[in-house]
Write a protein that binds this ligand. Structure first.
Ligand code: AMP
Length: 223
């Protein structure tokens, strides 16, 4: 934890390579706890969907598997921090660079307790997960054509929609770039949290239920 008392804001950060399951774990935590969350990828996709000039710039970067410039993502994160009244904050996919990590720590005024969860899993496993991933266009429920198909073929389990979509950046070429970014930029950033004594490593090659069990044990002590 970074200083602070438990009465101040408590921050959980989920960091990991694409396909490590941090989005699934964020969903589980949001069901269990009253929490305000910031998912960097979702915020960027919202901007893209708005059709703004900034959104078009972001789409090009994301589709190529590159990282969006720090100033853009930091601004989005700052807006979230400034506008939330909750005492529990969840960051999913942010920070991903040392500059973002320092920006976040400074935005939090260095006084909120932080718990950084780093998910680790082999590249071959995430490549396989991502290349078979698709989601419901209407409600966003995520499926996998190998391991988690809808119960009725072509119909979303959650909302009944028959429309599905595949992310533009979930292809082999962009994935190689995203994994490379993770290895060379995000992974070294973890040292910042390790040095603060707030880094926790989670093996996310396991079944979802097992990973959720580890997360509940860890976060239960914290929130
Ligand atoms: P995700 O939904 O977490 O897989 O993120 C999708 C894409 O959004 C990434 O491959 C990056 O292009 C971009 N992105 C997400 N989070 C960040 C971040 N913290 N910094 C820069 N780019 C990001």
């Amino acid at each position: 934890m970074v200083g602070g008392e438990l009465s101040s804001k408590c921050v959980v950060i989920l960091i990991g390579p694409p396909g490590c399951g941090k989005g699934t774990q964020a969903g589980m935590l949001k069901e269990l706890y009253e929490v305000e969350s910031f998912c960097a990828g979702d915020e960027l996709r919202k901007e893209t969907a708005s059709g703004s000039d900034l959104g078009k710039e972001i789409a090009q970067i994301c589709d190529a598997g590159r990282l969006v410039p720090d100033r853009i993502v930091n601004l989005m994160a700052k807006k979230f921090v400034d506008n939330t009244a909750s005492s529990r904050l969840l960051f999913d996919g942010f920070p991903r660079t040392a500059e973002q990590a320092n920006f976040l720590i400074n935005s939090l005024e260095k006084q909120w307790p932080v718990c950084a969860c780093s998910f680790y899993v082999d590249d071959e496993v995430v490549m396989d997960r991502i290349l078979h991933r698709f989601s419901c266009t209407k409600c966003g429920t995520i499926y996998n054509s190998k391991t988690k198909k809808p119960r009725i073929d072509g119909v979303c389990d959650n909302c009944g929609s028959k429309e599905f979509t595949h992310r533009n950046d979930d292809n082999e070429e962009a994935m190689k770039k995203r994994l490379d970014n993770y290895r060379t930029i995000t992974n070294p950033m973890l040292k910042l949290f390790a040095d603060l004594g707030v880094l926790h490593e989670i093996d996310s090659s396991r079944e979802v239920a097992e990973v959720s069990g580890s997360m509940k044990d860890l976060i239960g002590n914290f929130w």
